[in-house]
Design a protein around this ligand. Structure first.
Ligand code: ATP
Ligand code: MG
Length: 242
């Protein structure tokens, strides 16, 4: 299977404290991964390094088969195939339409094509009625749907999600989960999601990385981790003993 990401001995320090130390990690195309672990384990840092927003201090990262050198033209090219949605997504001033079209404008796609894609993405997320609505006035759940539509508009190969539903009530969270699954199956988009919701991880993930103190202490299929985790810390965490 083609690996989209390969990380070897990737470390990140803040001041003198090591917050990430990934000996080996591989992510394959078209799958849904979740990254689990306690607060401060390094989950967001790992997503930021993988999405080429934070530079690692040592080690090697390969993205789409290419070694990351962090030179600007390479970053611009590789980042075009990635999108990130965070816990409380920032909305630009302006309409929902403007927000979803933003990435397409930046990429200088022709207007008719922009209109077609924005329409599709809003429809997909059940947000068509909101196209002219001021994005900054949306509720939390609506905002997250628009953020995903905006991410989707650029047809990313990889969608990074950092606790995308943690500020939402269960019904809205389930809606978003449904869309994440649909996007993955329909467009073969690889999904890498951080979540604190173990039920959500269980429903969505094909593979799970369990992060502890900056290290992947366990990796396996969702089924394996939830039913027969090897590490005591993983077992305790998954049983809610934290
Ligand atoms: N920009 C930064 N400057 C200094 N320290 C940072 C920075 N970003 C993260 N850290 C530290 O790195 C560690 C890992 O942080 P990170 O945000 O990756 O954890 P996390 O697993 O996402 O936690 P949470 O579940 O709370 O979101 C934490 O101890 C945090 O304080
Ligand atoms: Mg985090």
């Amino acid at each position: 299977m083609a690996a989209l990401f390969r990380l070897y001995n990737v470390t990140k320090r803040y001041r003198s404290r090591e917050v990430l130390n990934i000996r080996k990690m591989e992510v394959n195309k078209g799958r849904i991964y979740t990254i689990l672990g306690p607060n401060g384990a390094g989950k967001t840092t790992l997503l930021r390094v993988m999405s080429l927003l934070t530079v690692n201090d040592s080690g090697r990262i390969e993205v789409f088969g290419e070694e990351v050198s962090w030179n600007k033209s390479q970053l611009v090219r590789l980042r075009r195939h990635m999108a990130m949605v965070t816990q409380t997504s920032f909305m630009f001033k302006g309409s929902v339409y403007y927000n979803v079209a933003y990435g397409l404008k930046v990429r200088k796609r022709p207007e008719p094509e922009q209109r077609k894609i924005v329409k599709e993405c809003l429809e997909l997320m059940g947000m068509s009625d909101f196209a002219d609505y001021p994005a900054q006035k949306l509720s939390g759940g609506e905002r997250q749907k628009v953020a995903i539509a905006r991410a989707l508009a650029v047809k990313p190969a990889v969608l990074f999600l950092d606790e995308p539903t943690s500020s939402l009530e269960p019904n809205s969270a389930m809606d978003i989960e449904h869309y994440i699954k649909f996007i993955n199956s329909q467009y073969n988009t690889t999904v890498i999601m951080v979540t604190h919701n173990l039920f959500q991880a269980r429903r969505l993930a094909e593979e799970i990385f369990f992060l502890w103190d900056g290290k992947i202490i366990e990796h396996g299929s969702c089924e394996d981790l939830f039913t027969r985790a090897r590490d005591e810390r993983t077992r305790a965490f998954l049983q809610g003993n934290f």
